[in-house]
Design a protein around this ligand. Structure first.
Ligand SMILES: *[C@@H]1O[C@H](CO)[C@@H](O)[C@H](O)[C@H]1NC(C)=O
Ligand SMILES: *[C@@H]1O[C@H](CO)[C@@H](O)[C@H](O)[C@H]1NC(C)=O
Ligand SMILES: *[C@@H]1O[C@H](CO)[C@@H](O)[C@H](O)[C@H]1NC(C)=O
Ligand SMILES: *[C@@H]1O[C@H](CO)[C@@H](O)[C@H](O)[C@H]1NC(C)=O
Length: 502
């Protein structure tokens, strides 16, 4: 509240000082803290099943396929939300059914729902009122870089009103306590981690096994160009379970291999700002990994890459003396209503390796996707934020980019596909493009830098010393207090909850 009032006062002052239409106003934005991530990568391909071509039947069943077991059209528009607060889907949990909104997050793997009241959520899953809920007696805790929750593992029946027919039994983490996980303004009460997990059978695996749908899901998020803080009319989207729905995209689907399955990790080969190659070693793009994450709001870039992108944008954008606070995410840029800032900014392209590893394709996002409307303060100004942030643990293709594309998570064939989304347009003008094939060179995945035999010897010696130290630590710490941590602890590095605007 206080912040808003101060913002308005500042704006008034700025308005008084600076009345020309081209003036850039800046106000402080209450900003999320920089998150962090971790891990590493390799590989690629491409290909393009057109709606009427025969796609690999084993993996994709198309809506136009009458014999298909699933009717994808029933799932169109089953999501609501926006990039800032996430896209969620309605699910019915337990017997009798309790309806909750569940956030879709490809960057994590737990299916977890609120199981106790919390000030920021309207409802929760009441286990005592479900006759089919079974507890495992195991407790579970998940920590995000920002935010965490603790709860209990159990199983129950669920149905998805706008999903595949049938009732399935799934693992549920019942959230009993949490910090910074449920935030003001959200309209969901649980999270569907759509990534794999080694310790508990994840939601999507259960869904595939029990309903017999193909091991593929695809996502369309339609928040491009909509103000992030306009809560009254949330944007829509679709989570198609079992395949890809041809009416949700245009042109071909281009595929890149999934390198590491616990994140949807891909290999980024090159970045261009206004068609100009950034002069960076391509390994920088994949340090320490590059992932596709619907639960991350922004396009997140490793620090070196981020700095190069900001420099290129600053040089190319026609806006003079643009505040660095805007690029750092601490300030909004506001234009007088009616002025559009987008023509001042260049387009950005991300090259991914194709499934044929000597080829690549590129995703191009227009400024409409990464210069994002946040709010229209007092009706006279349109304010925008920078939809790209720096990251200390890898590149994340988050909602900023995903809102331009229909993204197919083809788990069966270990590849992620991209096509131009049918909702990636503003006033009839496309805001995303996809093109290829382009030639692709050598690997951009970081490799262990030691080549010399001597260095290997040193490395192994150090590892030996470390092992010894670890052993001693284990004896000192674990043995005397074996019973201190009886519960499984699953760590989850989804940045989902870390990069929402609120
Ligand atoms: C694809 O469309 C073309 C032209 O619309 C048609 O000639 C062809 O038979 C179609 N292919 C299949 C497999 O349906
Ligand atoms: C579920 O079954 C009904 C009736 O058989 C059918 O009309 C509907 O399309 C099915 N939904 C899905 C998602 O397959
Ligand atoms: C892009 O720039 C980097 C560094 O200057 C260079 O190594 C790479 O070959 C360039 N890529 C292309 C496709 O021009
Ligand atoms: C892969 O791409 C290269 C270069 O475009 C091409 O020569 C080769 O035939 C392709 N391989 C396959 C299996 O399609």
């Amino acid at each position: 509240m206080l912040l808003l009032v101060r913002g308005s006062l500042l704006l008034l002052l700025l308005l008084l000082c600076c009345r020309t239409a081209h003036c850039v106003y800046k106000i402080p934005l209450k900003i999320f803290s920089p998150g962090s991530f971790s891990s590493s990568s390799a590989g690629l391909q491409l290909q393009a099943p057109k709606p009427n071509q025969t796609a690999p039947r084993s993996a994709l069943s198309l809506a136009s396929d009458q014999s298909g077991a699933v009717n994808f059209l029933d799932m169109v528009n089953n999501l609501k939300g926006d990039s800032g607060r996430g896209y969620y889907m309605e699910m019915v949990i337990g017997t009798p059914g309790q309806t909750l909104n569940i956030l879709v997050d490809t960057g994590s793997s737990n299916f977890a729902v609120a199981a106790a009241p919390h000030p920021y959520i309207a409802t929760y899953f009441n286990r005592a009122q479900s006759s089919t809920y079974q507890t495992s007696g195991r407790s579970v805790s998940v920590r995000y870089t920002q935010g965490n929750w603790e709860g209990e593992l159990g199983t129950d029946l669920i149905t998805i009103p706008h999903g595949p027919n049938g009732t399935i039994t799934i693992n549920i983490a019942a959230i009993l306590t949490s910090d910074d996980f449920f935030l003001p303004g959200i309209n969901w009460q649980g999270i569907l981690g759509a990534g794999p997990d080694p310790s508990v059978e994840p939601f999507f695996n259960s869904l595939v096994l029990q309903t017999g749908i193909p091991d593929v899901f695809s996502l369309q998020m339609c928040g491009a160009g909509l103000s992030i803080s306009t809560a009254s009319e949330p944007a829509g989207g679709s989570l198609i379970m079992g395949g890809a729905e041809p009416t949700l995209y245009q042109g071909s689907v281009w595929y890149t291999p999934i390198l590491q399955e616990w994140y949807y990790q891909v290999e980024v080969l090159k970045l261009e700002v206004a068609d100009q190659n950034l002069s960076l070693d391509c390994k920088e793009y994949n340090t320490d990994k590059a992932i596709v994450d619907s639960g991350t709001t922004l396009l997140r870039l490793p620090v070196k890459v981020f700095n190069a992108v900001v420099e290129a944008i600053s040089q190319m954008s026609l806006v003079q003396d643009f505040s660095s606070g805007f690029f750092a995410g601490t300030k909004l840029a506001c234009w007088v209503k009616g002025e559009s800032p987008w023509r001042f900014f260049p387009k950005i392209s991300i090259y991914l390796r194709g499934t044929n590893s000597s080829q690549s394709f590129r995703l191009t996002v227009f400024p409409q996707l990464y210069i994002q409307p946040v709010t229209d303060l007092d009706g006279t100004l349109n304010c925008f934020r920078f939809g790209i942030s720096s990251s200390t643990n890898g590149l994340v293709i988050g909602a900023t980019v995903m809102e331009g594309f229909y993204v197919v998570f083809d788990r069966a064939q270990k590849r992620v596909g991209f096509a131009v989304s049918s909702c990636a347009e503003m006033n009839g003008v496309p805001v995303a493009e996809i093109a290829g094939p382009f030639p692709a060179d050598g690997a951009c995945i970081g490799t262990f830098p030691l080549q010399e035999p001597l260095l290997w010897i040193i490395a192994y010696s150090l590892m030996g010393v470390c092992a010894l130290v670890l052993l001693i630590l284990l004896i000192l710490l674990v043995v005397p207090c074996r019973c201190r941590y009886p519960d499984a602890e699953i760590t989850d590095q989804s940045s989902l909850v870390r990069h929402r605007i609120k």
